[in-house]
Design a protein around this ligand. Structure first.
Ligand code: URA
Length: 444
């Protein structure tokens, strides 16, 4: 909205105060969130306030109060009466990040209730909702009573973010997107945590990624964001822990919607890439520990057993079927959409793989049509890239580095050489960096 409104003088004073680096009160933050949703504060004032926050920041109390004010603009889910602990997870987004597709059925099969609301992909990072829609018939929108019945029956749901939860985030995020104010720790933390708090789970794990394929470029930025989000959740009475995980190279091997669904199925079958399984296992074990049903070691043993017995895969079949999808994709991934052209990006020289640039792989998938540059754009579920060589592996000149799944020869040509150069090849094996350890952050 652009017209002058009754909130305009107050909003002008709030912007002045933040511009001067002063603390905003809970009441002022509530005025902003309510006015954003009601449309009574013009976009130009909201945008000016966002930029003032970007430069001046918010302290811990302001960030918590902003989060609370955002939650209060919408509905909050109430899971009272569900007979198991309700858990949730959020990833700040990465390349090839299909962890939720593995984690949700795995943890539900272990006896927890997992209600996961997810988003669509934008730019270089993919979205779980786009991946799910690669499954023929899968519905990502469930009415509230349908969602509850499904959680009561099978203990899990994977749905799109409901717009009546935290409507203030919808307004503020859209403005942040076009005013270069997304990359602010208090704004990201309040945006993410408001949605987690409104979704109502008692225990929440956060996967905060850093590196070329992530929002946060460095580990220190990721730690700061993780600490801020954990503090908000803890002060709001939830159990929250965050893992700091690297996103220099894609997670697992597949990047692209149907290809990632297939890889998640393989992982639940015990045949997927080790890094994806390890991350899902650690997140799952934390959720079980935070819910008080296990200690971390025992939880990991139980989750492995649940995977090996096929119970997790069975829960995925039930989940797909409950949401209108074709459950036979779980047994026959060939039923997923597939691209007409599959070709190889090959090594321009011999060497050891020292890195696979997640950002470059994501750009290739975007160019193939597997992602979207602007909200609402259509994506092709079938296309993508499968990384065939991992860090530390030896490759000879001309050997395959990655599979390209494409719609046309023109698309193949557009990505092939850039994709090959995403692999950095070195002459000595000991020049390959070790994979960084996962690091956990809690409220201590
Ligand atoms: N994801 C969100 O939900 N919000 C942000 O601000 C950034 C990433």
């Amino acid at each position: 909205m652009t017209g002058e409104s009754s909130h305009a003088p107050r909003m002008r004073a709030i912007i002045e105060r933040k511009k001067a680096g002063l603390r905003l009160s809970a009441d002022e933050l509530a005025t902003i969130c309510n006015g954003a949703v009601a449309g009574s504060i013009p976009d130009y004032q909201l945008a000016a306030w966002l930029m003032a926050v970007w430069f001046r920041g918010l302290d811990a109390t302001e960030t918590l109060e902003l989060t609370r004010a955002m939650v209060a603009t919408g509905r909050t889910l109430d899971w009272t009466g569900i007979d198991r602990p309700v858990v949730d997870k959020h990833s700040t987004g990465g390349v090839g990040d299909k962890t939720s597709l593995v984690l949700v059925p795995l943890v539900a099969a272990a006896g927890l209730a997992f209600v996961k609301m997810s988003g669509r992909g934008l730019g270089l990072t993919g979205g779980t909702i786009d991946k799910l829609e690669a499954i023929p018939g899968f519905r990502v929108e469930l009415a509230p009573d349908e969602l509850r019945r499904q959680v009561e029956r099978i203990g899990c749901a994977l749905v799109s973010q409901s717009p009546d939860l935290v409507p203030a985030d919808g307004v503020l995020y859209a403005l942040r997107d076009v005013t270069a104010t997304v990359d602010s720790v208090p704004l990201i933390a309040s945006s993410v945590m408001s949605k987690k708090l409104a979704a109502g789970a008692g225990a929440i794990v956060l996967d905060v990624k850093y590196g070329a394929g992530a929002f946060m470029g460095t580990i220190d930025e990721a730690r700061e964001l993780a600490r801020t989000m954990v503090r908000i959740g803890t002060e709001a009475g939830r159990r929250v822990r965050a893992v700091i995980s690297p996103m220099h190279r894609p997670l697992g091997r597949a990047v692209g919607n149907a290809l990632e669904v297939e890889e998640a199925i393989e992982t639940l079958r015990g045949e997927g890439p080790a890094d994806l399984w390890e991350l899902a296992l650690q997140l799952g074990a934390q959720l079980m520990t935070m819910s008080g049903v296990s200690d971390p070691e025992e939880a990991a043993v139980r989750l492995r057993r649940i995977r090996d017995s096929g119970e997790a895969l069975q829960r995925l079949r039930e989940l797909v079927e409950a949401q209108g999808g074709d459950p036979s994709v779980v047994d026959d991934p060939d039923l997923l959409p597939s691209a007409p052209i599959v070709t190889m990006a090959t090594a321009p020289r011999a060497g050891w793989v020292a890195g696979v640039d997640a950002g470059a792989v994501a750009e290739a998938v975007l160019r193939l049509g597997g992602g979207r540059e602007v909200k609402g754009a259509a994506i092709d579920p079938a296309v993508g890239v499968v990384v065939l060589r991992s860090v530390g592996e030896r490759v000879e000149a001309g050997e395959p580095l990655a599979e390209v799944h494409a719609r046309s020869e023109a698309d193949v040509h557009a990505v092939l050489s850039r994709l090959a150069s995403a692999f950095s090849l070195v002459d000595r094996e000991d020049a390959c960096p070790p994979e960084p350890e996962l690091e956990w952050i809690d409220d201590s």
